[in-house]
Structures are given as C-alpha cells and as structure tokens.
Design a protein around this ligand. Sequence first.
Ligand code: ATP
Ligand code: MG
Length: 438
Amino acid sequence: MNKKKRIPTYYDYSEHGIKSSKIDSISFEIAKKIIKSGHQAYVVGGAIRDILLNRTPKDFDLVTDLKPEEIKKLFHNSYIIGRRFKLVHIRSKGSITEVSTFRSQSASIPQIIKGIFNLRSNKYFYQNIYGTIDDDVMRRDITINALYYDPVNRKLIDFTGGFSDLKAKRMNVVGIPAKKFAEDPMRILRMIRFSAKLDFKINDEMAQEIDAMKDHILTLPGSRILEEFNKFFINGHAYKSYRKLVKHDCMKYIISYDWHNISENDQAMMCEALKDTDDRYSRQQYLAVIFLLSLFMWPKYSDEMHKIGKPSSMKFQTLRTNHRKVCELIFREQKETMAIPIKLAIRLEKIWILQYQMESTNKNKKLQRIKENGHFKMAFDLMKIRATGRPKLKEICNYWQEHAEANAKVIAARRELKKNRRPPKKSNMSKNKQALTY
Ligand code: ATP
Ligand code: MG
C-alpha cells in the first residue's frame, strides 16, 4: 500500500533556542555516534518538551532508525530489554540511557493475528512493528510529546504542530482523539496529567472527547493505573492533578468513589493534604504513597462505616467486625479501577481502624497498645489532616501529639541504628527523581 508521506516543519536554533548544555552529555554522545554511523538519532518526548518549557527533564529518551540488534552492535555496553517491544539500554558512567527504534502503529493482518489477546481490555496488542520517523510520530499521544530533536545538527523536527501548541500552552492529540483514546485509554489520563503538570489548557472540544471516551479507562489493567497514580501524585503537582481529575470526572477511575458528592470537610482535607504533599516534594522530603492512599480512600471508608453506626462509640469487637465488612466492600469495588497491592491494603486497614481507636472515649485505657502500634505515626498523620476544619478532632489530635513526637524519636533512633549497621547502598535514583516510599 502506498503511504502518504508526512511533511515536517524544521526549526533551527534561532527559532527553538535549545542550548546544547541542556542536553544530557551521555545522550548527546550516543546520538553523535549513531549519526556518524550514517543513521538517524533524536531526543524525543518529555525531555524536549521540558527543555522548551524551561523545566528540568526527568530523563532523556532517544529514538533511531537502527534496529535493536544493530544498536547493540554499535555500543558494546548495551543490552536489549523487553520481548514484545524491544528497547536497548546503554550503560555509561553509572547511568542508563534508553534507545528505541522508530515504530509504526499500522499492523498487517498476520501481525494482528499474532497479536496477544488481552482478556481484560478485549484488545489486540500489536507486536514490534518497526517504521520510519513519520510512522513513529503518529503513535505518540500528545503533540507536545511528539517533537524530535537532532542534538548534533541542532534541528527540531515537528510533524504535528507541537511546537506552536507548546508556545500557546495547548493540549492536542496526535491524530483523531476518539481513535487514540480507544486504542489506549491511558492517553486520557496522560492528557489530564500533563495539563496539570504544565498548566496547559484542555479546551472544551477536547473535554468533550474525554467525556465521551473516559469509560474506556475501566478496561485498563489496574497495575497500569497504579503506575499513573504515582506520576499524578508524587511529582509536585498533586493538588492540581486532583482538581483536574475531579473536573473531568476521572478521579473515580483511580479511586472508586463518587467524587462529586464528597463532603465539604473531606474536600478541604483532601486539598490541604495535597498542597502539603506538593510542598514536601519541593523540599525533597519523602512522600509515602501509603499515606496518599489512606487519604484518598478515607471518604469512602468513613461513609460506609457511618452507614452502620458511630464508629468511635462502638465496642472494639463490633468496630472490628464492621471494619472488616467495610474493607471487604471497598477493596472489592476498588478492584474495578486501580490495583492496590495486598501488602498496601493490609497497612491501609490498620491505619483506618486506628483512627477510630484513637478517637474512642476510652483511649486512655488503650494508650500503650495504640502508641506501640507500628502504624501509629501514619495514622496520626492522617488524623491531623482529617482534623482540618473539625475542632473536636483537633482536640483529640492534641492529645496524641506528644505520643506521636515520642514515637517519631524512637523510629528515628531505630533508623539511625539500622543505617550504621548496614553498608551504604548505591542509589540508582537519578538526581531529579524524588525519593518515594510505600
Ligand atoms: P514524563 O516527564 O512523565 O516522563 P514523558 O513525555 O517523557 O513525560 P513517558 O511516559 O516517559 O512520558 O513517555 C515518553 C514518550 O513516549 C512520550 O513523550 C510520548 O511521546 C510517548 N508515549 C508514552 N506513553 C504513551 C501512550 N500511552 N501513547 C502514546 N504515546 C506515548
Ligand atoms: Mg519520560
């Protein structure tokens, strides 16, 4: 079949202004070696988008017309990863650079037949199909993520109008939105995430496309949504992400809950906590995913508990029985959206039940046991946030404050002891990546 060739626009330095110092030196050297061998190599995706927006890229991805095996031959310090989508990792000076081959989205019938049938999404997943740069551009999601930069000749290549979209802070899909969203509904969440992260507008027309296609998100594997959850909420734009997800009625695909009916108090708590999360990110402090999950799932847990009775006045046995019932229900419903690993689910349950134990009228009797509970610190943090706009709960928080401080000292001392015992671990986190804990 004859393919219509896509004509790109080329921008030179006077127009794009990308300084060579902004390109990671290892990626530059790799691209140079490939180009010198008579092939094409470009920095693509997030790195170019971020440099053009004066932001620090998280990582540099390279694409080339060389096949994985050919890249491997050119770089002795490289290895091929992935089975369905082969990529090459090049190791140099303690870091790894990912190089991929131009791919195409169009598949022939035999390729589709060979495709892997995915039970959850009822979709065929195509095999590795290599292509040219103008095929590669069409499989990308958003125009601002589809810019190619040749660092040796300092040329920016734009097939989709991404450069002008970037300047106008516009979000546009590469290709036909409905088709692209149906192919991979994760693109809907990515669209919302980038608009939150970069402060770009999703116009009314695009909002309608999102609205029409958003239920397809339910076909995604829960593990992919968990990955995206981390990108939404532990990258310095948690608050904006939450607001945008609620605005586009997509928060429910992450945490199963009727987010439009959230109480004013819970809404205030959520916003407070997410702003605090972003502050912690900017101060490079640890961000615990378990804390965010305990917070996001709290409104549903607490609503369900209150449907049964007043949890803080229940006898412990009754509290525990009701707590189990409610947890079973909410984790069952949660399975339809984002996957919560069992280890995290167990910890969440402990953090939640502690809320009511800490609120209980006979807390003095249980003081010692609660204080020594391994989840006390996390539970106290959640309680502090829950106390936003609730004076009674604030008083209870004050009661636990000194115990929490003493507990924090014990934990810090234990950590110090462990650190001194163990030999230091080599960190494989890039300089820009935030420390993340579960
Ligand atoms: P980040 O700063 O979050 O890493 P990024 O744009 O680099 O942003 P990646 O997830 O690292 O995002 O993906 C790299 C590139 O691959 C994207 O810029 C985009 O061109 C393409 N891409 C990633 N996911 C998809 C997808 N689901 N559909 C189409 N293209 C995608
Ligand atoms: Mg990236």
